[in-house]
Design a protein around this ligand. Structure first.
Ligand code: F3S
Length: 430
């Protein structure tokens, strides 16, 4: 078969079986994937990978079969990789006995087998389960200009935008193949041309916009295009410090899930906006103005998916994407102030914060005062993915509230801003 991608002699040899039949299938799949999107060649992956499929859900046997074929062929990722969060944590996310039985025996019955497979393929360690793999404590932090083979949308948009690495919004398994071959087809966000902005977003709000609503508005408008955001510096500054990076993490995840944004630029802040200024905006870029009324309109458009819209909330999830170390401290202070305001000592409903295992360990050891306060307030800390936890008929029936626009988009959970959710979680009702 003739391919349009130009292959090096080494790539040609791999395709012809020099590294075995399975590796030939890996490169062939990546060639077909690349050609679909107009790639002309492969480029080397220059930083560790991140796998999006983290759950051993029984219906995914094709994934486990492919993974096993890679292992049987002696293949491994070129560098130790991280993976998205686990779906369950019985110790910190309570389940009734029936739920536990269904989770462990039916839904996620393949979890242990799949994790064993990931270890054989080069999983970094037991703490590698987080979508925020780029956080300092986790250590899978690419450098500007690195080429990545990732698929997790919130991590891809962060790496591209905040770090200036280069990664497409790949799918699961494709990203694993890229990290095994050590090469990815070059197209879209890997090229200078396609990293240019097709939209100018003018933020004209009266106060700092809620990150998750701003990201939602941008994503819903620009879909998969690259936006250049102006007017945000007045609220979040021009330095990529911990607070600003946390804000961009949350905003970016909403752009990537409410739309399909893989890269955004923020004027005077993100690396390529700083380097190229307005030269990174396409000449014919469209303009979208976001003011207070527009944010209100977007927020009001979210459907309420609860069976009884007037029902009581059962559970509150905060931390999708996983919270940073700084955010854990900020949320502790926020809850402490709200409890004081409402004259209480404990939250009024099952409240769960999610963060990376490495961040949680660092927080427990490094900020014991805040950690102890959280525990005393009745807040649970875990490292699961709330989306994986909710994406089944059992949990889908629960009245879940969240401050995550990604979780809202993919589940029946109901979105509230950070202030709103803190007040509701303490009160125990809406
Ligand atoms: Fe992370 Fe799961 Fe949310 S992977 S971004 S916690 S949906």
């Amino acid at each position: 078969m003739e391919y349009k991608m130009i292959l090096t002699p080494e790539e040609e040899a791999i395709l012809n079986g020099s590294q075995g039949e399975t590796m030939a299938k890996v490169i062939k799949t990546l060639i077909l994937y690349g050609e679909t999107f107009g790639a002309k060649r492969f480029v080397d992956v220059t930083a560790p990978g991140h796998v999006v499929t983290s759950f051993g859900i029984s219906v995914m046997s094709p994934v486990f079969n492919i993974t096993q074929e890679l292992i049987d062929a002696g293949l491994k990722a070129k560098a130790p990789f991280t993976v998205d969060p686990r779906p369950i944590d019985y110790a910190n996310v309570k389940c009734n006995p029936i739920e536990k039985l269904i989770f462990s025996k039916i839904l996620y019955g393949e979890q242990a087998r799949y994790e064993a497979q990931l270890r054989k393929l080069g999983l970094k360690d037991q703490n590698a389960f987080t979508c925020a793999c780029y956080l300092d404590q986790v250590g899978n932090t690419p450098k500007k200009g690195d080429i990545l083979s990732w698929a997790e949308s919130s991590a891809v948009v962060y790496a591209n935008s905040v770090i200036g690495a280069r990664c497409n919004r790949n799918s699961g398994i494709i990203e694993l193949f890229g990290m095994i071959l050590g090469k990815v087809p070059e197209f879209d966000l890997l090229t200078d041309e396609d990293r240019k902005a097709k939209w100018i977003i003018e933020v004209k709000t009266s106060k700092k916009p809620e990150a998750q609503v701003l990201g939602s508005a941008i994503g819903l408008k620009v879909m998969e295009d690259v936006p250049y955001i102006k007017g945000l510096n007045q609220f979040i500054g021009t330095t990529l410090d911990d607070e600003t990076k946390s804000y961009l993490k949350d905003m970016g995840a909403a752009t990537a899930s409410n739309g399909a944004v893989g890269l955004y630029h923020v004027e005077n802040l993100t690396p390529e906006a700083v380097e190229f200024g307005e030269d990174i905006i396409n000449k014919d870029a469209k303009v979208y103005v976001i003011d207070d009324a527009e944010l209100e309109r977007v927020k009001a458009s979210y459907p309420v998916m609860w069976k009884d819209p007037n029902g009581k909330p059962d559970r509150c999830f905060i931390g999708c994407p996983h919270l940073t170390y700084a955010q854990l401290g900020e949320w502790t202070d926020k809850f402490e102030a709200e409890l004081k305001k409402q004259g209480k000592t404990k939250v009024g409903m099952n409240t769960i914060m999610t963060t990376a295992p490495d961040v949680l360990e660092a927080f427990k050891a490094g900020d014991k005062a805040h950690y102890d306060k959280l525990v005393k307030m009745g807040i649970h800390l875990t490292s699961i993915c709330p989306l994986m936890y909710m994406n089944n008929p059992l949990c889908g029936k629960k009245n879940v509230i969240t401050n995550s626009n990604k979780l809202r988009t993919y589940t029946t959970s109901r979105y509230y801003t950070n202030n709103e959710i803190c007040e509701i979680a303490v009160k125990g009702e809406i």
